[in-house]
Write a protein that binds this ligand. Structure first.
Ligand code: HEC
Length: 184
């Protein structure tokens, strides 16, 4: 019994000594590694990156990367700009360059192209109603479906119309979110 416990304590002291040497060696090799081997972080490079990206930020809003916009139903000035350009190409001939329903191609139509500034709306207006009108068109009229345009393009048109119309219709954020997530 005595002998066994004596032997244990000798073994224990020996192990403690080894452990001490081992941790000393670990600390020293870690130190050598940090000083001599580890390449470190190049702070200079980070500073340069920040310095060059800051001045280019204002122009970022102008050149729109549509693929970066994941929630195009959220108000976004860049989308209004994009929608305005699409409107000029695809809608102004009927709805007029200012959206007053007085485009040359709409003159003889019955029903006449809607005045988008004053409304009213057959499909409810607002972000949801306008998106529906573009996606489905209005049966029995020359307002056809624009479903061939991407979802982002249609939201851009909605955002543009909403920016020029006086007949605004507000939709709750949660209702819009639910509609938009399901919209195709
Ligand atoms: C060929 C002519 C024509 C073109 C092109 C056209 N529209 Fe129309 N649009 C109409 C007519 C006509 C109506 C009215 C339909 C009615 O009163 O039943 C209408 C109605 C609308 C409405 C009213 C929806 C509602 O709920 O009452 C919106 C919004 C609209 N157009 C947006 C657009 C946009 C955006 C474009 C371009 C992508 C476009 N339209 C292109 C003829 C046109």
């Amino acid at each position: 019994m005595n002998q066994a416990s004596g032997g244990d304590s000798v073994k224990y002291d020996h192990f403690g000594y080894l452990a001490f040497l081992f941790s000393l060696a670990t600390v020293i090799s870690f130190f050598v590694y940090i000083v001599a081997v580890y390449p470190g972080v190049d702070l200079q490079e980070n500073i340069k990156e920040v310095a060059t990206s800051t001045p280019s930020q204002p122009s970022e809003a102008e050149k729109i990367d549509l693929s970066q916009i994941t929630e195009p139903w959220k108000p976004n000035p860049a989308l209004v700009v994009h929608g305005k350009a699409l409107y000029a190409q695809q809608c102004a001939m009927c709805h007029g360059s200012e959206g007053k329903g007085d485009g040359a191609a709409g003159a003889g139509l019955n029903p006449k192209p809607r005045n988008l500034v004053t409304g009213p709306w057959k499909l409810g207006g607002g972000y949801i109603g306008l998106f529906k009108a573009l996606t489905e068109g209005i049966p029995g009229s020359s307002m056809s479906s624009y479903k061939h345009l991407s979802v982002v393009d249609r939201w851009a048109l909605v955002q543009f119309i909403d920016s020029i119309t006086q007949a605004k219709v507000n939709v709750s954020a949660s209702e819009l979110e639910a509609f938009a997530r399901a919209a195709k």
